[in-house]
Ligand binder design. Structure first.
Ligand code: G3I
Length: 324
């Protein structure tokens, strides 16, 4: 497929809409083609891993911002906005933390200090934070997930995390981010109840991230995604598609790539049609680097560019949707 004439970010800009992607750090630093495509095509960047606890907190005392700062400088140089991912998750925690033996008060101080220091550090650089990631457990009746945060801080930990983040950067947009809660289902109902409750209690939060890890044979009904966006909008919240990828069963055929393109197009179109949806972010952009093959056995090629950085039919479908 020929090289695109106009980049996605350029096509989206007049709408005030962001086309974004997650950045796999080592490639940003060491692969010029990767960095050039990233700069050219996307106006919003998420750190795939570099802002997680495991990356920022080598030990209890130290914060290591080296890689995350590199990413922030890259984004600034290329006029891209940054999504910070993520301040509070049950995964990607450093071993020293998971195995720590602390009082509940010390756990709270540890989280509070982390949020305060990290959000302060990126003030004016990170526009939007995924403050809390994946706190609802679909395998537990969509109650709050058992995590060390819930165990040591109690169910109010989510509200407190948002308040601390807001205090550290009052201008940052603060999101709750989750998977499997994109359409209308038990989990998205639970997310809706959670965020509505937070808003009623005056908790500073601005949006919900809809991750959207899907495949042609396993995705939410598109009309339901639109309904879910609308109800969140009525509650006063923005939404962003935060981790979109469309995995394909191998071997991949032209027919499957065409199905993938349709699904990419439809998801972007729902975003463009709902005015509270402000960005569509893919979880990586080249099939050379994606979490998909390692996690979903027998699936691959989930992104907009192939492994040789050639735009795929999904890319052309986005160009067409943004050009309409
Ligand atoms: O960097 C080390 C490398 O030095 C080491 O040799 C190698 C051996 O396992 O591990 C490398 O780190 C891995 C890292 O990805 C970078 O590749 C971690 O083990 C691995 O756990 C990590 O996985 C990430 C996962 O989150 C957990 O943090 C994935 O890349 C990342 O795509 C995934 O992203 C999540 C979102 O944050 C939340 N939503 C779901 C999404 C997909 O799981």
């Amino acid at each position: 497929m020929s090289h695109p004439a106009v980049a996605l970010r350029t096509l989206a800009a007049p709408r005030g809409f962001h086309i974004g992607t997650a950045v796999a750090f080592p490639h940003l630093r060491h692969n010029r083609r990767y960095a050039a495509t990233l700069a050219r095509e996307f106006s919003m960047l998420t750190a795939e891993n570099t802002m997680k606890w495991a990356a920022l907190r080598p030990d209890r005392q130290r914060y290591d911002f080296t890689d995350a700062d590199y990413l922030a400088r890259f984004a600034a140089a290329n006029h891209q906005v940054l999504r910070g991912h993520t301040l509070l998750w049950h995964q990607a925690l450093p071993a020293w933390l998971s195995s720590a033996s602390l009082s509940n008060r010390q756990w709270e101080n540890t989280l509070r200090n982390h949020i305060d220091i990290v959000v302060h550090h990126f003030r004016g650089q990170v526009q939007t934070w995924d403050v809390v990631n994946e706190a609802i457990d679909e395998n537990k009746g969509c109650a709050l997930r058992d995590s060390l945060w819930l165990a040591h801080l109690g169910p109010d930990y989510i509200a407190r995390a948002f308040r601390w983040a807001h205090a550290a950067d009052p201008a940052a947009r603060l999101y709750y981010n989750d998977y499997g809660a994109e359409g209308m289902n038990r989990k998205s109902d639970a997310v809706y109840r959670l965020v509505s409750g937070l808003l009623e209690h005056g908790v500073p939060m601005h949006g919900v991230g809809l991750q959207m890890h899907v495949s042609p044979e396993d995705h939410p009904r598109l009309t339901d995604v639109a309904r879910n966006m609308r109800r969140l909008g009525k509650a006063g919240l923005a939404v962003q598609v935060t981790e979109l990828d469309v995995r394909l069963k191998t071997p991949v055929t032209p027919k499957k790539l065409a199905e993938q393109a349709r699904l990419y197009r439809d998801i972007l179109q729902i975003c463009l049609d709902n005015k509270n949806c402000t960005a569509c972010v893919t979880w990586g952009f080249t099939d050379a680097y994606s979490w998909v093959p390692g996690f979903f056995k027998g699936y691959d090629q989930a992104l907009l560019f192939d492994a040789a950085y050639r735009p795929k039919p999904a890319y052309q479908a986005w160009t067409a949707a943004l050009t309409k």
